[in-house]
Write a protein that binds this ligand. Structure first.
Ligand code: SAM
Length: 240
């Protein structure tokens, strides 16, 4: 059961316990079942889901310290989580962490609510909203120690959708694939405008991945000005 995931996680220094393996197995089954009715993922093969969705999501844990996770105010938001990536695998790994899953598509939100119940995950909130709108609410604005996002937008747009959620002293981690130097250069202005500072680009080197993957880590060093994020759709149409 879940050989690829268990072995890949071991290489990341993560030992999944029997309960967690069971949760991942159930997640796979429900994902495939719901995918017949709701467009959740193009990847359905058992081994591929383990590597490209589950293991890939867990790579974020490489840059988290036990100390920060243990802090009482540690909290995570996953912006544009889709079928739950990377937020749900990370929540399975860190059952104590408080996490918000942000997803504007109602059908995907229904799946997220279902899977949370099915897996018995606690302290998870699903928010059915676009980032541009949720980031205006005091409940979410500048509230999170860790902001995550995978496959949502190019960095200049993405930082406007994510950094407003990050509290000063926290960080944003974008999961990226392929050649990203140019994308990072283009995002310099937006990162600074939103109150961020590029801290590190961490390459993920695992035989399991046939392509280049990395974590782009951006520290939040000062508050995001009130004018950001701009109205829905503008960050994508007119990146800073
Ligand atoms: N993060 C998931 C993953 O890696 O499998 C989903 C990626 S999917 C390609 C992009 C997701 O971002 C979609 O579910 C979409 O609804 C969401 N999204 C797009 N624009 C968004 C926005 N402005 N605010 C929040 N979510 C957004």
């Amino acid at each position: 059961m879940l050989r690829e995931l268990i072995e890949g996680a071991r290489k990341l220094g993560i030992k999944l316990n029997a309960g967690q393996v069971e949760q991942f197995e159930l997640y796979y089954q429900e994902l495939i079942e719901w995918n017949k009715r709701v467009n959740l993922t193009a990847i359905t093969d058992y081994a591929e889901v383990q590597v490209k969705h589950f293991l890939d999501s867990l790579t974020v844990a490489l840059v988290l310290s036990a100390e920060e996770i243990a802090k009482p105010d540690f909290s995570i938001i996953d912006v544009g989580t889709g079928a739950g990536f990377p937020g749900v695998p990370l929540k399975i790994l860190l059952p104590e962490a408080k996490i918000v899953l942000l997803e504007p598509t109602t059908k995907k939100m229904a799946f997220l609510q279902h899977i949370i119940r099915k897996l018995g995950l606690e302290n998870v909130e699903v928010v059915n909203s676009r980032a541009e709108e949720a980031a205006r609410l005091p409940l979410y604005r500048e509230q999170f120690a860790l902001v995550l996002s995978r496959a949502v937008a190019l960095l200049p747009t993405l930082v406007e959708l994510t950094l407003p959620f990050c509290r000063v002293g926290g960080r944003f981690i974008a999961q990226k694939k392929g050649e990203i130097d140019q994308e990072i250069n283009r995002a310099g202005k937006a990162i600074a405008a939103l109150g961020g500072k590029l801290q590190q680009i961490r390459k993920i080197e695992l035989d399991e991945f046939t392509d280049t993957r990395c974590l782009v880590i951006i520290d939040k060093i000062c508050p995001t000005p009130d004018k950001y994020p701009r109205r829905p759709g503008i960050p994508k149409r007119r990146p800073i």
